[in-house]
Design a protein around this ligand. Structure first.
Ligand code: ATP
Ligand code: MG
Length: 867
């Protein structure tokens, strides 16, 4: 029950005030060794994290008790991580003064707010993945987009001309959180992308955040550059989106975010465009079914040794390039690393020791770093000279450039290692972290603390000298602390400043001002040392924070070197070739393979296939062939090879010549989408509509069985119309691979000059089907659907019945089986289904064990089949 504010305890009033300012967050309120949550926050957290709900006021009647639950301060990060993963925002409220010395109510304030898109703690992040927060601003039909990975400092912005484009860019960055404001930012396409596809945490922005003037000022101040230097002059949408995002982050993180140093404006024309469907269908970073990395292109290509390299490889994969110079530069570097096995080996060895510089640097800037992080960082820095040395041996322009960009950061490593102890505790506020010799003052305090033996001896010596009493001793007792002891025989030499404290049988004990001070020092030394150690630590942290630019530049170079090594290692391991990139429109692949299927095949070899696409006479390939022949595999293989080539990788082929592709579109298989309330066919048609609207003559279209989800004739008609549209140079004229079971479509080859038929050959030996996996020119006219059904284990009676029905349909002419065009060599000529059955039955009979009667019966059955 909410109580009136004036009835609340002062602490609860303080809580309520802070909570009121952060209504959208779960407030974790520091109370001693715990972070406590109250009221609704407590109920929610207890439910989500399986914690026990308690109360602070047990004595009161049940309805007046405030629900509460808490987590211990030292393990708070793991609880935050779980809440954030579930999409909640968490605000951390700290005690701003020591409760032991505070007068009255301890002062408290929010020190950080953690949201899914802004976490920087390593335990809450996937190390091989950037974690972006995005911002969408819509105005007069255009959209400004901004993306930031707070954990690394990367910041991007662009302008999109329509919502489809926005969805593609969202797919590229896959943000975990989105802030949006303005016209059309909640249109169907964007909603679909953020809620259903990306499943991100969405906040609707407030108007005042999205103002041009303040955004402009903020960006110029933060990045120390003018809008035109940042490349966004005259692009208000990009300015507003970036400004709003930066402002949001500044508010959330509560520090200056100095590690976000550069605003990178990119045109969507710099990268190959891949919409969400294409990314999903091609299984670039997660599989369609289980959303795993295993079985994806990333899985095949990722042999990186650092977390930073892992993230960069992924981002290259998500952003294939369009600039042939940039692409060739990457190929050149990969080539050198594939050729020079020794350098690559040593480079990889050196890379293994580089820690996640980027993210630790961010925690330095945001002030959340601990000593162990810093020592890890220093260890990472120590590996840099070696990485640099290996790169120095290389000749390719890109590797040379990376070498130059790496700063060995030895000064930083020295400073960290000379300041911190080898095995520091996790907390930075309780001392025990500064190395001996790092600070004279700290050494002195430590000495005093450890009994101050050195200091005591020094005082003893100096007092003996001053007084001339040889037997003078400094001692300690619990009653009055440090004292000077003088034996009775020397009493007359005791100076006037000695204050007598105790008389014993043969000696007197005194104290002095100096001793009292020493005593005070000993007693407070521990506290002072702890405070001093923390201060030294913050100085170190501040020094390192100022090195952010050097660290980030180095981290980026290391990541790129790692990525190139990974691509080279895969190229060597799997026998890839260097593709040639051209400005032409043709794609010519000799002996191409599907990179992932090839890697997944255990006991059989992948059969390579050629591709020739984009020439005058072969703009469009219609691919027919039985089920399971390998049509879909072949088409994806072409798309993946193009994409790999343009990201800078070698490709699985004997040779490949790739005319730059601006976009890859896919329409693959039927995916039911019950959640969105759309039928299979509706989804399919919506995807086709997008493709036809946005494809250009430079695009590559992968169309797998269009029109399958509706009645045969409707489907066939649509498929044919789409094909004609794609082939027509006046419409799209796009490179198209079109797989279909509508064999009627193969007649298009004769009608359109740039359409060619292909089929994937299958051999049938008796009952057995042999998949040759070879693509050959010409059409096929059989689906072997029933054979595949049988292979899949459909019960025999159903198979037999299906055969009967098929035979019936064919004889009635309902299904027009068009004559095969040119029959390839390997293609088995079609046998009449009935005789196939007879042959099958005959071969199943074992003559040796047959009785004469049984033989008669069998003969009778066979004869009946033929009738
Ligand atoms: N070139 C190849 N070499 C070896 N195995 C292959 C090859 N191509 C395909 N396969 C294997 O054949 C399986 C079926 O291929 P795919 O799904 O491409 O057939 P399809 O022709 O599209 O069938 P459907 O008409 O039923 O969609 C693949 O999962 C793969 O394991
Ligand atoms: Mg298929």
């Amino acid at each position: 029950m909410a109580q009136a504010t004036n009835e609340l305890t002062p602490m609860r009033r303080q809580y309520q005030q802070i909570k009121d300012q952060h209504k959208d967050c779960i407030l974790m309120f520091r109370l001693g060794d715990f972070y406590e949550m109250f009221d609704e926050d407590a109920k929610l957290t207890a439910r989500e994290l399986d914690l026990t709900l308690t109360t602070r006021d047990r004595g009161k009647p049940k309805e007046e008790q405030t629900p509460m639950c808490g987590v211990p301060y030292h393990s708070v990060d793991s609880y935050i991580a779980r809440l954030v993963q579930k999409g909640y925002k968490v605000a951390i409220c700290e005690q701003m003064e020591d409760p032991a010395t505070a007068k009255g109510l301890v002062q408290r304030d929010i020190t950080r707010i953690i949201t899914p898109g802004t976490v920087t703690e390593s335990c809450m992040l996937d190390e091989n993945k950037n974690n972006y927060i995005g911002c969408i601003y819509g105005e007069s039909g255009k959209f400004g987009l901004a993306f930031c990975d707070v954990s690394t400092g990367a910041f991007f912005t662009t302008v999109c001309s329509d919502a489809q484009n926005v969805a593609s860019e969202l797919g590229r960055f896959a943000p975990s959180e989105i802030l949006r404001y303005g016209s059309n930012v909640d249109c169907e396409i964007i909603d679909d992308a953020v809620f259903r596809r990306l499943n991100c945490c969405v906040s609707e922005g407030k108007q005042e955040l999205f103002a041009l003037e303040s955004a402009e000022k903020l960006l110029e101040n933060h990045f120390h550059a003018t809008l035109s230097q940042m490349g966004i002059a005259g692009m208000p949408a990009a300015v507003i989106a970036s400004g709003a995002l930066l402002q949001t982050l500044l508010t959330l993180q509560r520090n200056d975010l100095a590690h976000i140093r550069e605003l990178q404006y990119y045109t969507t024309g710099r990268f190959m465009e891949l919409d969400l469907d294409a990314r999903r269908n091609l299984e670039l970073t997660e599989t369609m079914r289980s959303k795993e990395k295993r079985g994806t292109l990333l899985w095949v290509l990722d042999k990186t040794h650092t977390a930073m390299g892992g993230r960069m490889l992924r981002s290259w994969l998500e952003k294939p390039l369009l600039d042939p110079v940039e692409i060739t530069r990457r190929h050149g570097a990969v080539e050198e690393l594939t050729d020079n096995v020794i350098v690559r080996g040593e480079l990889e060895q050196a890379l293994r020791d580089v820690t996640d510089l980027e993210r630790v640097q961010t925690r330095i800037v945001t002030g959340t770093v601990n000593c162990r992080d810093l020592l890890g960082l220093a260890r990472g820095f120590r590996a840099l000279p070696d990485v640099k040395a290996q790169l120095q041996k290389c000749d390719s322009p890109l590797l040379k450039k990376l070498e130059a960009a790496i700063d060995p950061l030895t000064d930083c490593a020295d400073r960290i290692e000379n300041t911190l102890v080898d095995d520091p505790p996790l907390t930075i506020r309780e001392g025990g972290i500064i190395r001996k010799g790092a600070s004279e003052e700290a050494d002195r305090l430590r000495d005093i603390m450890e009994g101050g033996s050195g200091t005591i001896a020094a005082i003893e010596a100096s007092e003996r000298e001053k007084t001339g009493i040889r037997t003078l001793k400094v001692g300690f007792n619990r009653v009055f602390g440090y004292y000077i002891e003088v034996s009775k025989s020397f009493i007359d030499q005791v100076p006037a400043n000695y204050i007598r404290k105790q008389t014993l049988a043969n000696c007197e004990r005194y104290i002095t001002q100096e001793l009292k001070e020493l005593e005070n020092q000993v007693l407070t030394a521990k506290d002072r040392l702890t405070a001093l150690e923390y201060q030294i630590f913050t100085q170190l942290r501040e020094y390192l924070a100022k090195q952010a630019a050097r660290v980030q530049q180095t981290a980026a170079a290391v990541a790129a070197a790692d990525t190139l090594c990974s691509l080279a290692a895969v190229a060597v391991q799997r026998g890839y070739c260097r593709p040639e990139i051209t400005l032409g429109r043709e794609i010519t692949i000799e002996n191409g393979r599907h990179p992932v299927v090839e890697a997944m095949l255990k006991d059989s070899l992948f059969v390579p296939n050629d591709t020739h696409l984009g020439a005058e006479d072969n703009q469009v390939s219609i691919i027919t062939g039985p089920n399971m022949a390998g049509k879909s595999t072949y088409m994806r293989q072409v798309a993946l090879i193009v994409l790999m080539a343009q990201m800078g990788s070698f490709v699985p082929a004997r040779s490949a010549k790739i005319g730059l592709v601006d976009r890859v579109f896919t329409r693959i298989g039927a995916s039911d989408d019950l959640a969105s309330g759309q039928s299979t066919f509706m989804v399919e048609m919506a995807e086709v509509a997008t493709i036809l609207k946005y494809a250009t003559s430079r695009s590559l279209l992968i169309l797998d069985e269009i029109g399958r989800g509706t009645s045969t004739y409707d489907g066939m008609a649509i498929a044919r119309a789409v094909l004609e549209y794609a082939a027509n140079p006046k419409r799209l004229g796009a490179k198209t691979l079109f797989a279909t079971h509508y064999h009627e479509l193969s007649t298009l080859e004769d009608k359109l000059p740039n359409v060619k038929n292909y089929n994937i050959a299958v051999k049938k030996r008796g009952e057995q089907m042999i998949f040759l996996r070879k693509i050959v020119p010409g059409a096929t006219d059989d689906s072997y659907g029933i054979e595949v059904a049988k292979l899949a284990g459909i019960p025999a009676p159903v198979i037999t019945r299906a055969r009967e029905i098929l035979a019936e349909l064919e004889s009635e002419g309902v299904v027009t089986a068009p004559a095969a065009q040119k029959e390839p060599e390997d293609q088995v000529s079609m046998m009449d289904l009935t005789s196939q059955q007879v042959v099958a039955a005959l071969s199943a009979i074992s003559v040796e064990t047959l009785t004469p009667i049984e033989a008669m019966n069998e003969l009778y059955k066979l004869k009946k089949m033929l009738d």
